[in-house]
Design a protein around this ligand. Sequence first.
Ligand code: NOJ
Length: 758
Amino acid sequence: MKNIIFLGLCLLSGSLLAQTGNKGIPSSVKNVETKVDSVLNLMTLEEKVGQMIQYNGSWDLTGPASETGNKQKEERLKKGLVGSMLNVISIEATEKAQRLNMENSRIKIPLMFGYDVIHGYKTIFPVPLGETASWDLEAAQESARIAALESVAQGVNWTFSPMIDISRDARWGRIMEGSGEDTYLTSKIAVAKINGYQGDDLSDPNTIAATAKHFAGYGLAEGGRDYNAVNIGKHELHNVVLPPFKAAADAGVATFMNSFNTIDGIPATGSESLQREILKGKWDWQGFIVSDWASIAEMIPHGFARDKIHAAEIAVTAGSDMDMEGGAYEAGLEKLVKEGKIDEGLINEAVKRILRVKFKMGLFEDPYKYMNANLENEVPYDEHRNTARDIAKKSIVLLKNENHLLPIKSSVKKIAVIGPLADDKDTPIGNWRAQGETNSAVSVLEGLRNTDLASKITYAKGVTLGQGERSFLMPLEINKTDRSGISDAVAKAKDAELVIMVLGEDAFQSGEGRSQANIGLAGLQLELLKEVQKVNKNIVLVLMNGRPMEITWAAENIPAILEVWQLGTESGNAIADVLLGKYNPSGKLPVSFPRAVGQEPLYYNRMNTGRPANDLHVTYSHYTDITNGPLYPFGFGLSYTTFDYGDVNLSSEELSEGGSLTLSVPVTNSGDVKGKEVVQLYLHDLVASVARPIKELKGFEMVELAPGETKTIEFNISEEMLKFYSASEKWEAEPGEFELMVGGNSEELKTVKFKYSK
Ligand code: NOJ
């Protein structure tokens, strides 16, 4: 028997094929499915279950430590009882683990190495929410391609990205990790990211497998509290949450990750409806689902599983294929099959999915293909930095610019740079920084000192922000008491013509487990801003943060505000490019900024009430202390120039089944510098079988215009655009009246109407 298995694997595994002198897969083994089946047939139950287990290495702990010690993990690797590892990084480490597995195990199935490569590997790009503000799909794809290349140079061949959870709540710390509140924009970014990571061919050694996560609903946790319950109805699930995942599945994403939360009482990890019926069934997606970190065993505290064995039974039945560091599959699957509690067919199905991805990655041909020690020397890191600067400047959003305070005039003689984040080389790297080094970003101060302004700059920190050690799981201490630096900052501000204040959030203030009930400027920052404003009104607030913040006082009292997120390695240079007008800001918000945290969750594509805004009884449907609307709406962002929208033209007012219309709108640069505008298209279905949002983004187009130049932007309107998950639980377009709205943000729009009939 042993020999048969060995012979079978010799035919299938390129590492062993090397022994026959043949590098390729034998032509007798026709396609991936045949290969998958042949390998599966050779596996014992124990080995099959082993494929469904993922272990953490000992490098980065991105979740609670598990009970399985390193020795035990090593033993299982040697027996071929591990399917993949996470947080094992470097060529040496991945090769060591792969060799333990390949050289000792009977079955010799190569491991995959997963890692959270979220916004770059070594070269760090803007945090995903920031990068989405560029509305630049090529940029999103390119940063993913670069991240993939830098990852494989370290043996990492699988990223747990993109995170495509719709999030409408600035209190949720992980809002920084996704693309914000809009389903359409998130879907587009999802596809761009997947294409960037995976390229055209997963077996290309410069690409990595991507993961669509977290399936599903994780971003809509109640109160913005991480890991908490999600209570949404089926229409919100299908119309808001699922479309980016469908787009990812259609784009051929290799893996999905399920999520920690319950939805309507059912943990997503144990949800048969999400995983088996929708993803694997209706969508016919062929990849595999990895659990989130211990999310299978976490069904126990959820009160959904009695113990690990029960949790394993629920998860495998629901369609979770691989257990990330939870130990539930290890504890339960074999036992469950042997006791006849689950059918081995469930295990076979999961293992086939895992093997399929491994075959597609070409791992069977060469398990060491991602362990090219020479690649590191060939990675063009300098080029990557240039791209990082380019993407960073495109991600900046100009929120306010009274009296053209920006760009900084060359006549300005003295500039005071103030704030705890101004000389901070770490915060721009943000959370989920993979191998982005601590303190490796260009700070704002450095960026400005790299320009002609260098000799005009004075600097004061004012207050300190994050104190203590910064790390992924380390809570921060915010300075709330030490005012000793404020007087120096005020003196420098008084002495300057212009003040640039760099405030916001510390590097790890947003991210996993970083929910906040307050989203204003932490610690003494607001006090510092107010003190400085008393002596100098010419302030540019540079806001560095991972989530939308409550900045109402600043919006009312500070003339210029630049949202710079956490822009990554080249942060300071990119910010200087914008401050000096070398780059005219073109970013637009992917998420609404609230006037007060009490408005959260806040999003533009809401439903109308029965008593909409202009109704007499406004007090019934509105806050009585502030207006319902955001401080800065979704899609908003200014430029150093202005854009005028002409009359919107629709080729016809009637759309029939299978037909299409053309909407056109002339856009003119009415200012005196060149600039880029994101022209946005929104749709409103006036009457439907399910109440529809007052508007929903359906298209966008970036246009660059010279001063005085006009271009006509066209959008194709088809039935496809009208489809939604209807009362009949179908994805369909319903006949009736529709409004189309076009403009430069979700509030300032020009409207036309049409009728759709079948
Ligand atoms: C938990 C996070 O929710 C998930 O996004 C991440 O990929 C895993 N930990 C692994 O670090």
